[in-house]
Design a protein around this ligand. Structure first.
Ligand SMILES: Cc1ncc(COP(=O)(O)O)c(C=O)c1O
Length: 325
């Protein structure tokens, strides 16, 4: 989906028109991928516009910057305030939120340290990442021929632009061969994650997901799903998982800010379970969408309302206006 090309973008403290939000071609980030970023969502709930776990996303942004020795010269509060200001300036009810901290224009040696650390916040309207149909019917995926990066090469706990060169290879290969997504293994051959989402399997009513040591980006949605699953009485295990477990899993699904909770119906043309969204996947989806649609109490404090006068009084579960399932 192309950008609308309108609206305001926050750049180093100023709101600028979309068309004017430019950087120089000699900026370090363009040549060496020297940026860290986040992807969060603001939802249009029945009680008002609410950012979902913005605090966790911004904490991860600052962690990513620290790993890359970047000092944004902005506090958590500064960036948080800028996100809220930018949502309001664009009068968004719901949007995708992309803060990015990047090495700007100074020199083009590999050493990024002389270059300024610049920050921008871009918002746009982003619907179901893998299509609305995917949320109910699931997606067909392949195991990628590309692995995630080896430990002690590209740090996967940092959400850095550089890591998305690997993600792009995984995604392009999958699309070229008619799949929606690829699942990468780590360099030891264990299941890792998709190009931009974490992975869950269900076997014998237990939820299984690769641990941080399997070269994953530990997602905020992954953490959300682990919490919701435990709330609902499911056992969840984070452990190294062999590839073939995917072929014999009862259910599998992706999770991430973009894909939310998306069932996987086949891997390498082998149906997962009965080849349809399974009951535990559906229960987790329901629990997730109930929180973001504001139809259950936000007992973990994950929703942060944006506009004055919100949250409004709940008008009943029938008034669901958030994302469809
Ligand atoms: C490589 C990768 N893994 C996992 C995720 C899921 O993370 P989150 O749930 O925080 O969006 C993302 C999305 O940002 C990602 O790009």
């Amino acid at each position: 989906m192309a950008f609308p090309g309108t609206g305001k973008i926050w750049m180093n403290g100023s709101l600028v028109d979309w068309a004017d939000a430019k950087i120089h071609i000699a900026s370090h980030v363009i040549h060496y991928g020297s940026a860290v970023f986040e992807g969060a969502r603001c939802y249009d709930t029945p009680r008002g516009s609410a950012c979902f776990r913005l605090d966790a996303h911004l904490n991860r942004l600052f962690d990513s910057a620290k790993i890359y020795r970047m000092d944004p010269k902005l506090s958590y509060e500064d960036v948080h305030g800028a996100v809220i200001e930018t949502i309001k300036a664009n009068a968004f009810k719901a949007c995708y939120i992309r803060p990015i901290v990047y090495r700007g224009y100074d020199t083009l040696g590999v050493n990024p340290l002389p270059c300024p650390v610049d920050t921008a916040i871009v918002l746009w309207d982003w619907g179901a990442y893998l299509g609305q149909d995917a949320l109910s019917n699931g997606v067909d995926v392949r195991i990628s021929s590309w692995s995630r990066s080896a430990p002690n090469t590209f740090p996967t706990l940092a959400k850095t632009s550089a890591n998305y060169a690997n993600s792009s290879l995984i995604k392009m290969e999958a699309i070229a061969e008619g799949y929606s997504e690829g699942i990468a293994l780590d360099t030891a051959g264990y299941l890792s994650e998709g190009s931009g989402q974490n992975l869950f399997l269900v076997r014998n009513n237990v939820l299984l997901t690769p641990p941080a040591s399997a070269s994953i980006l530990p997602g905020i949605t992954r953490d959300t799903v682990i919490t919701l699953a435990k709330d609902h009485g499911f056992e969840v295990r984070e452990e190294m998982l062999p590839r073939e477990l995917l072929y014999i899993a009862d259910e599998a699904f992706f999770v991430g800010t973009a894909v939310e909770v998306t069932p996987i119906r086949s891997v390498d043309k082998i149906p997962v379970g009965n080849g349809r969204r399974g009951p535990i996947t559906e229960a987790i989806q329901q629990a997730f969408f109930d929180v973001i649609n504001g139809v259950v109490a936000d007992k973990h404090g994950w929703l942060e309302f944006v506009y004055e006068g919100e949250p409004r009084e709940a008008v009943g579960a029938a008034a669901k206006t958030g994302r469809a399932r």
